[in-house]
Structure formats: structure tokens, C-alpha cells
Design a protein around this ligand. Structure first.
Ligand SMILES: C[S@@+](CC[C@H](N)C(=O)[O-])C[C@H]1O[C@@H](n2cnc3c(N)ncnc32)[C@H](O)[C@@H]1O
Length: 212
């Protein structure tokens, strides 16, 4: 559905500043990100940050080890511009997730932060196949996404509250199946419960998997 992809891009372009203000701090995910860093053995690990947004996860990673060689990609130019202005010593490139297969290099770590809710089933499948090709043997894949019922889709407000985007939710089982189907093994799984006081928040799930 090209129309909805264009709409998603427009909404993220329009919300880059607000998104960065809200989510540049990744303190909420520090246990999961620390776990990822603990599992990385390469001092100069090559890291791909898919749908990097304003570079929040890349910023955390480069702060943990300035020797990491990080490439962040996103299809929203405003997000890439934001990331370039906020995060030093990381390369950011304008690119659609559906084009990552064209990248001509291997990665020790691939980070896939909160993009799966915005992708069609077939794009998730293609992304997983591309990730599989891009990941080194024993490489690590970090996925964060939103938990829900099987095949559930909900309307979620954009950061500025002006738009609703339809997002795809995952059960623990469907996310695990996606990982296992591509011959990755699970290293870590964490469920983050949303605050009950926040009606708009959803539970989240983070997995770290290893390429075989
Ligand atoms: C919710 S933000 C996540 C940002 C960051 N990864 C994080 O975890 O906070 C989703 C990002 O995915 C990007 N995105 C959505 N669909 C995309 C696609 N098909 N290709 C590349 N980026 C995409 C959006 O532009 C946006 O920056």
C-alpha cells in the first residue's frame, strides 16, 4: 500500500523534532541495551541501525564505545538530518528499509528499533531475509517492537498528536517465530509493561537474537 507508506514517511518527517525531544534519551531501554553491549565481542563492531530515527539508539551505542562503526538508515529525511546534527561519529544515510539488501557490507550487529509496527508482513519478511544476508555469522540482531494480540492492528497517535497511524502489533510468539524462522537463536527477551496511568502506551517487547 504505497499510499500508507508515503503517509508514514510524511508523518515521521513532520515529527522529527518532537520525536527527538521525546525519545533521544533511551534510559527506558538501558537494561536491554546494556545486555546487547555485553554480548558484543568485537571492539570495532560494525553496526547497522535500521530506521534509526533521530539517532537515539546509535547515540547510545557510540557513547558506549567510540570505536564502533555505526551506519544509521531511515527513509525520513528530517530524521536523518536530526540524527546528523545530534550524533557525532556515526554515518547516517537516507534509505528505505526495503532497500537494505543493496548494502555492500556485513555487520556484526543489526538494530531494528520500533520499525516493525510500520511495515507490511511481506516487507518484514524481506527485511528479515536481508538482515540474514547482512549479518556476520554469530552476529547479533536487536529488535524492539510493540506487543499485542495476534494479527492485531491499532491506530496510534503521532508524536504531535495530529495524525493516527495504523500499526501492527506482535505477540511474544509471533516475534519469536519470526526470529526462529530465519535460523536465529534467542539470546534475550524482555517485556516492558506500560504504565497503567498512560492510556496511550502499549507494552513493548525487545529481543536479542544471534545468527547461526
Ligand atoms: C518509531 S521510530 C523509531 C526510531 C528509533 N529506531 C527508535 O527505536 O526510537 C520509527 C522510524 O522508522 C522509520 N521508518 C518507517 N518505515 C520505514 C521504512 N520503510 N524505511 C526506513 N525507515 C522507516 C521512520 O521514519 C521513523 O524514523
Amino acid at each position: 500500500m504505497k499510499g500508507s507508506v508515503d503517509n508514514i514517511k510524511t508523518v515521521f518527517n513532520d515529527n522529527a523534532d518532537i520525536y527527538a525531544d521525546k525519545y533521544m534519551s533511551v534510559a527506558k531501554y538501558q537494561n536491554e541495551l546494556q545486555q546487547l553491549c555485553k554480548l558484543i565481542v568485537e571492539d570495532e563492531a560494525r553496526i547497522l541501525d535500521i530506521a534509526c530515527g533521530p539517532g537515539n539508539l546509535s547515540q547510545y551505542m557510540i557513547s558506549r564505545n567510540p570505536k564502533y562503526r555505526i551506519l544509521g538508515i531511515d527513509f525520513a529525511l528530517a530524521m536523518i538530518s536530526k540524527a546528523r546534527s545530534l550524533v557525532a561519529n556515526v554515518e547516517f544515510q537516507l534509505m528505505d528499509v526495503r532497500e537494505i539488501g543493496q548494502l555492500n557490507q556485513k555487520f556484526d550487529v543489526i538494530i531494528c528499533g520500533f520499525v516493525m509496527p510500520y511495515l507490511e508482513d511481506e516487507d518484514i519478511e524481506k527485511m528479515m531475509l536481508d538482515i540474514k544476508k547482512l549479518l556476520c555469522q554469530n552476529g547479533l540482531l536487536y529488535i524492539s517492537t510493540i506487543l499485542g494480540e495476534k494479527d492485531e492492528q491499532i491506530a496510534k497517535k503521532s508524536s504531535d498528536g495530529k495524525n493516527d497511524l495504523m500499526i501492527r502489533l506482535f505477540t511474544e510468539q509471533t516475534l519469536s517465530d519470526t526470529v526462529f524462522k530465519h535460523n536465529l537463536t534467542m539470546e534475550y527477551l524482555s517485556v516492558l509493561k506500560s504504565a497503567q496511568s498512560d492510556e496511550n502506551a502499549n507494552d513493548e517487547i525487545i529481543v536479542i537474537a544471534r545468527n547461526q
